[in-house]
Design a binder for this molecule. Structure first.
Ligand SMILES: Cc1cc2nc3c(=O)[nH]c(=O)nc-3n(C[C@H](O)[C@H](O)[C@H](O)COP(=O)(O)O)c2cc1C
Length: 355
């Protein structure tokens, strides 16, 4: 029996299966507004029957965007544009999640197709903020956040969570991985503060936990909330799996339903392992030490591999990124390979027989 295709229920919301679309930036949202591209792109995965369509990292403030072409959720136009997409995804019987992301010291860069470098002020770049005035790689120095900044960014998360309710998202995920702002607070590589938000692990977790608690309080009790973390920075002196386990316990205690395990992003040359299961084993360690829903991803490409992750109990769901870009209908193919009878969209039913 396939466990990959066994539904999963969290807070009364049912995911049809455990194959979930990983958040993936598209860099094509002028003024932070998603477009027809997103309807076709994200809608395609719903047609392909993923169990959860997750948006790319979406900012709660203009200055939180990684690039000027990343989407946002701070005004009505953006909210309405997202609602059109959640409506379509729901029409396919699929749940939809939004990933909220503040890029902190990594913000104000050009999209990868334009070189991914810092954008000068005269070309629309902006002053970035971060826990401390410590640059990432070759990027300009961020400004250390004041107490007013901390409050503004926290309230912006809450405001976007309210808009995400109106836009009818089922799941809210906060990005605290890959060297984004909340991860910058967690990691000693980027957090050099000497106030109550820096130094000890308890202090470094304080601001992320304050934001996540506020968002959880704003997000409806019958809708799941996830947090994506980098379980390790992969460098000495950085954030560790042991700290992730302690954080995970704290997150579960404030009502975070699922930890989405990723890694890296705090250090430009961190030695990220080569093996296929590099992140699955992090999810396994985290779930064993901090029981509760956990998702894993990274380099999952085939159905047997995905099924094995769920069968082994190392994670409750898998996030697939690049493989779903290659084949947006991958779950339909995986169901066939695992001999699971999946309901195809009516419009495609003549293709459901594979001879
Ligand atoms: C084009 C692209 C954009 C991405 N953007 C995001 C993002 O916005 N937020 C995020 O948490 N991860 C992002 N990621 C990381 C993916 O979610 C995923 O963790 C990573 O690609 C590894 O999974 P994969 O091997 O299945 O692709 C991105 C990855 C790709 C390839």
């Amino acid at each position: 029996m396939s466990l990959l295709f066994t539904p999963l229920e969290i807070r009364g919301r049912t995911f049809n299966n455990r194959i979930w679309l990983a958040p993936m930036s598209q860099y094509c949202s002028p003024d932070g507004v998603v477009s027809d591209w997103h309807l076709a792109h994200l809608g395609g995965f719903a047609i392909g029957r993923v169990g959860l369509v997750m948006t790319e990292g979406t900012a709660m403030l203009p200055t939180g965007r990684l690039t000027p072409l990343c989407p946002g959720l701070w005004n009505d136009e953006q909210e309405h544009a997202w609602k059109r997409i959640t409506d379509f995804v729901h029409s396919q019987g699929t749940l939809m999640g939004i990933q909220l992301c503040h890029a902190g010291r990594k913000a104000s860069v050009a999209p990868p197709t334009a070189g991914a470098g810092p954008i000068p002020h005269e070309h629309g770049g902006w002053q970035t903020v971060a826990p401390s005035a410590v640059s990432f790689d070759e990027l300009p120095e961020p400004r250390a956040m004041t107490n007013e900044d901390l409050e503004e960014v926290l309230q912006a998360h809450v405001a976007s969570a309210h808009r995400a309710i109106t836009a009818n998202f089922d799941v809210l995920e906060v990005h605290a991985a890959h060297g984004t702002l909340l991860h910058q607070f967690l990691s000693p590589l980027s957090n050099r503060r000497t106030d109550e938000y820096g130094g000890t692990l308890e202090n470094r977790m304080r601001y992320p936990l304050a934001v996540l608690t506020a968002v959880r309080n704003a997000w409806p009790q019958d809708r799941p909330m996830f947090v994506r973390i980098s379980a390790t920075d992969w460098v000495n002196g950085g954030w560790t799996i042991q700290e992730s386990i302690i954080l995970s316990d704290e997150l579960r205690a404030v009502g975070i339903d699922l930890i989405d395990v990723s890694s890296g992003g705090s250090h430009p040359t961190a030695p990220i392992p080569d093996d296929v299961n590099y992140q699955i084993s992090l999810a396994e360690q985290l779930k064993a030490a901090s029981p509760g829903f956990t998702a894993a991803g990274g380099r999952i490409t085939d159905s047997a591999q995905a099924e094995a992750v769920i069968q082994s109990g190392k994670a409750d769901a898998v996030f697939l990124g690049r493989q779903l870009l290659r084949d947006p209908h991958w779950p339909l193919r995986a169901a066939k390979e695992l001999s699971f009878k999946i309901r195809w969209p009516n419009e495609y039913r003549l293709a459901a027989r594979w001879e």
